[in-house]
Design a protein around this ligand. Structure first.
Ligand code: UD1
Length: 339
């Protein structure tokens, strides 16, 4: 264990958070998890414990609750924080915008207040490529301007980044990681994504269809200006995303500058179409997936993938897993979930 290097992970029972806790422990960090379990389940924490053979210092806690957070910071000497805790459904954010702003923006404000009080400066923030909207130039790099967010969820990420940029002027050191499309699961099959209800995201829908939970997958749109007419995304294995956080922690802790706000794309740099992904899933699993081509989904961006040079060069980070492995791991997780 790296002595005195104690990381608070909010939302550490979530999809990306849990995989990051595994990688942090592997790298020798001491970890505390705060999660209200509203959108996750304690069995994910148990999965992390099994993988890492480590008892997790877990606190069921809401990041909006100032006094619990204050108490947690009083009892621990955190060196850095990784803030995952947030709502992430684009659809839900359209029907419940106020709760999205309250939860995603409110929890960040509470966290910053508590960090400021306890003199904890280093923060890694979960952002999203959604901040770019449909970029004018692809692959998109970190200098691309924000377009008006398509959803309240996207707007919360833009607002949070602006808050963090301002917080950096008063002594915070912030790294904002702009994730592209996270997919896959830990190769042990012990942790992965737990979609609530009918999944909106592509890969959980694919694996649930393969498992017979959904009747068929609809590929949304066949007339986009892309090689096969379906949308193009940058799908990144969740474990690769997790290792980027470990690198980000090391990077921020070694920065000599007092005030920092830096953004990094976290993607593979490769654009893959929805149809290509579906075909790859069929190829690697051997399952005859029931799918059909349907109309476009409202609010979808035609194509987006990362220019990942900045993170490659600054962190020395590159993804380890390819698309086939990512899909196999997602399928492995789905099968374990279904028992
Ligand atoms: C969205 C968000 C992103 C967020 C991500 C994960 C936007 C613009 N993007 O990404 O910020 O990080 O969710 O929560 O807000 N598709 C189908 N059939 C399906 C499901 C999806 O064809 O049943 C297609 C979609 O049309 C899209 C692609 O698959 O082209 C990926 O969709 P999805 O997994 O929902 O992610 P994004 O919309 O790209």
């Amino acid at each position: 264990m790296i002595k005195g290097n104690h990381i608070l992970v909010t939302g550490g029972a979530g999809y990306i958070g849990s995989h990051t806790v595994v990688e942090l422990l592997k790298a020798g960090f001491q970890v505390t998890v705060a999660d209200n379990l509203e959108r996750s389940d304690f069995k994910i924490v148990e999965g992390v414990e099994t993988i890492t053979k480590t008892k997790i210092d877990f606190h069921k806690m809401d990041c909006l609750d100032y006094s619990s957070m204050d108490d947690l910071f009083s009892k621990n000497k955190f060196s850095s924080v990784i803030h995952f805790a947030a709502f992430k459904s684009v659809n839900e954010s359209v029907s419940e915008p106020i709760s999205y702003y309250k939860n995603n923006v409110g929890s960040l404000i509470t966290l910053l207040e508590v960090m400021q009080k306890h003199q904890v400066k280093d923060l890694i923030f979960s952002s999203s490529c959604t901040v770019y909207g449909q970029p004018d130039v692809i692959p998109v790099d970190e200098t691309a301007p924000f377009k008006r967010a398509e959803s309240p969820y996207g707007a919360t990420k833009q607002v949070c980044e602006r808050i963090l940029e301002d917080a950096a002027t008063v002594g915070f050191k912030v790294i904002s990681l702009r994730y592209f499309n996270p997919i896959g699961a830990h190769e042990s099959g012990l942790i992965g994504e737990l979609p609530i209800g009918v999944p909106n995201n592509l890969v959980p829908y694919v694996t649930q269809t393969a498992a017979g939970v959904r009747e068929k997958l609809t590929v949304f749109g066949s007339d986009y200006d892309t090689p096969d007419g379906s949308c193009v995304r940058d799908f990144i294995h969740v474990v690769d995303l997790a290792t980027a956080h470990v690198k980000a922690i090391q990077y921020v802790q070694n920065l000599s500058a007092k005030n920092t706000f830096e953004t990094f794309n976290v993607g593979t740099g490769v654009g893959v179409s929805v149809l290509e992904l579906v075909k790859k899933f069929i190829e690697v699993t051997g399952i005859k997936l029931n799918y059909t081509i349907g109309p476009r989904r409202a609010g979808d961006i035609e194509k987006v993938y990362a220019d990942a040079k900045k993170i490659n060069q600054s962190f020395g980070w590159t993804p380890r897993y390819g698309l086939g492995e990512s899909l196999l791991h997602a399928w492995n997780w789905e099968k374990k979930l279904r028992g």
